[in-house]
Design a protein around this ligand. Structure first.
Ligand code: ZN
Length: 159
């Protein structure tokens, strides 16, 4: 059995399990609702004030684009997902962690998911299991580059 066949079979097995669990078929193509995109620019802004994924997503992928030109040392952006109550604490500890740590304190359990910190023209993504999230929970995302969270923030909805 070659690798392609195995991958296809694994895909069908995963899809079949999901259908049994939810009794709702998931369509992998055409605007997958489990695949999110957001952009940051040189004006220290995200292009979206909120993001949401349906509860049927077992995994979520967030892709961050930096549409500006400035380097990450000057106008770095990341995307960090937290519970609403942890916003300020994660923002503060992230700043202190520095660029070498992507502005996220290593091992911070309050961080549910995060990307790398990127500069102008770059793209990065993160995939995380939705088992970290509670349907209807109150979540936020932010950029933890120093000073950015005041503006670069949004509401994240699951389910
Ligand atoms: Zn930023």
């Amino acid at each position: 059995m070659n690798v392609v066949t195995m991958n296809v079979m694994r895909h069908f097995a995963a899809a079949a399990m999901l259908c049994v669990a939810l009794a709702v078929p998931r369509f992998a193509h055409a605007a997958d609702p489990c695949q999110l995109e957001i952009s940051g620019n040189d004006q220290m802004q995200y292009d979206k004030p909120s993001l949401s994924v349906p509860a049927s997503c077992t995994q979520v992928t967030l892709t961050l684009h930096h549409t500006g030109k400035l380097p990450r040392e000057a106008m770095g952006h990341n995307w960090v997902l937290v519970g609403a109550a942890d916003f300020n604490a994660v923002a503060n500890s992230g700043m202190g962690a520095g660029l070498a740590n992507e502005y996220v304190q290593p091992g911070d359990q309050r961080v549910l998911a995060h990307t790398r910190t990127i500069g102008g023209g770059q793209t990065t993504s993160v995939t995380f299991p939705s088992s970290l999230l509670k349907p209807g929970g109150d979540y936020r995302y932010l950029c933890t580059f120093p000073g950015h969270n005041a503006i670069m923030r949004g509401t994240f909805r699951f389910g």
